[in-house]
Design a protein around this ligand. Structure first.
Ligand code: ATP
Length: 429
């Protein structure tokens, strides 16, 4: 049986991954031992020995933080007991008093219905979907759904079960704090994080922001998470954790298999087809010179035939802004990112430069091996050495060297979405 759970936490605390980790321990003998002995789940549901942490559309207005949902597989024995345990845990550990916490739980027994859920995931990771659509999908798949409050969590719960990890996938080891430390400053030997990064990167990634040297594995928040280490394999993240020196008590750790850092959310779309909250890769020409607004945010307009959309490199995107500033009208590019409610702007995660337009400027002609000087407004040019004069029409067009090259540019790790695939991973392939 597959179990999917989502939307149990609020900004005040809680964490669906923690709930899953505790629950898996509770199901302990039923879950772990049987799985290891029988290894029964269908082959396509890869890495069934690890629960899944599945990130969904990062632009959805309903998310509290990173729009994460969890799923795991249990053996087909004692289904009734397992379902009861899961529902009891969700009821007990969810922040149900917060009206933005809308837990959803799904149970899927019929493995042959997985393609329906896969299709549902592919839409949910990239677009906005409705609770109704989730209910219809669950009905067709004979999945049991359980809703708390408005039950929106069934969307994430279904998608987490349906996520296709047979291609690209990553792993994350999450370490959890003891309850009395929730909300407190995280105590960690910072040197050990730098050493871990040196010893395990690129098998692990997003440990440290290279520019600011900020440690990225210990996110802020009131939730139980102490740190998260991301990597290519379960072995890599476990090895990395062994190298970390926590300076506070750790309650438990849990490794998840995940769609994080895979770009699973991005779909190539024509500008005219982009809908509110979509995650897209849109190709077109830069319409005019980029512009900046207060706060250091830089924009350009992307056009494709009659359609246009603005693309933004906001302040936290760091060096990506310097690249955007160098674009000129006519450059052919692809903008990777998500759009908001009004579909006005692509919030860029990556920029791909496909073709750079030749950039020229009009300048004075040469004489005596030097540029002639201006003879005054609309009066042409004169040579300071030999005194020769030339009209306005003698002006020449000069090619300017472009400071940027073709290729992919990304935002720094500190500003990256959970789902964004780092270039370091793209080039590994
Ligand atoms: P986390 O804290 O685990 O990173 P989160 O707190 O940001 O995640 P959730 O609490 O899971 O987010 O809330 C997101 C809600 O949005 C859930 O109810 C989920 O089912 C729903 N949701 C997820 N993806 C979509 C989507 N594409 N369209 C509509 N609703 C979605």
């Amino acid at each position: 049986m597959f179990v999917g759970i989502d939307d149990t936490d609020s900004l005040m605390g809680g964490c669906t991954t923690y709930l899953a980790a505790v629950l898996l321990e509770k199901l302990g003998t039923t879950y772990k031992e049987n799985i290891e002995e029988t290894g029964k789940p269908p082959k396509k549901w890869v890495h069934h020995q690890y629960p899944r942490l599945i990130r969904l559309n990062p632009n959805t207005p309903y998310r509290t933080r990173g729009n994460g949902a969890v799923a795991f597989h249990t053996p087909d024995e004692n289904i009734g007991d397992i379902q009861e345990s899961v529902l009891k845990s969700v009821e007990e550990h969810s922040h149900l008093k917060d009206r933005n916490t809308n837990p959803g739980v799904i149970f899927l027994r019929d493995h042959s219905k997985m393609p329906l859920l896969k299709k549902f995931y592919q839409k949910t990771v990239s677009e906005l979907v409705s609770i109704k659509y989730a209910e219809k999908t669950a009905e067709k798949a004979d999945a049991d759904i359980y809703k708390f409050n408005d039950g929106r969590g069934i969307i994430g719960a279904l998608a987490a079960v349906g996520a296709d990890l047979s291609g690209d996938k990553t792993f994350e080891l999450l370490a959890y704090r003891v309850k009395e430390n929730y909300g407190r400053k995280k105590e960690i030997d910072e040197e050990s994080v730098f050493r871990m990064d040196e010893a395990t990167s690129p098998e692990t990634f997003h440990n440290i922001d290279p520019e600011t040297k900020k440690i990225l594995i210990t996110p802020h928040g009131h939730d139980p998470v102490y740190c998260g280490i991301r990597g290519e394999t379960a072995e890599a993240v476990k090895k990395a954790w062994d190298l970390i020196k926590p300076l506070e008590e750790i309650e438990r750790t849990q490794v998840f298999v995940s769609n994080q850092a895979t770009d699973a959310h991005l779909r190539e779309k024509k500008i005219s087809c982009i809908k509110p909250y979509d995650c897209v890769i849109a190709e077109g020409l830069v319409k005019e010179e980029p512009w900046a607004i207060k706060g250091g945010h830089v924009f350009f307009t992307l056009v494709d035939g009659d359609s246009a959309i603005d693309c933004a490199a906001y302040e936290p995107t760091g060096d990506l802004r310097a690249t955007v500033r160098e674009l000129v009208a006519g450059d052919r590019v692809k903008a990777y990112g998500g759009v908001g409610r009004y579909r006005k702007t692509i919030n860029m995660e990556k920029l791909e430069i496909l073709e750079l337009k030749e950039k020229t400027r009009v300048t004075a002609p040469l004489c005596c091996n030097r540029r002639m000087s201006s003879a005054g407004k609309d009066r042409g040019y004169k040579c300071r050495r030999c005194g020769r004069r030339a009209g306005e029409e003698a002006a020449v067009e000069e090619k300017i060297n472009r400071k940027i090259r073709g290729g992919l540019y990304e935002v720094p790790p500190r500003a990256r979405r959970h789902l964004s695939k780092p270039l370091q991973r793209m080039f590994r392939e």
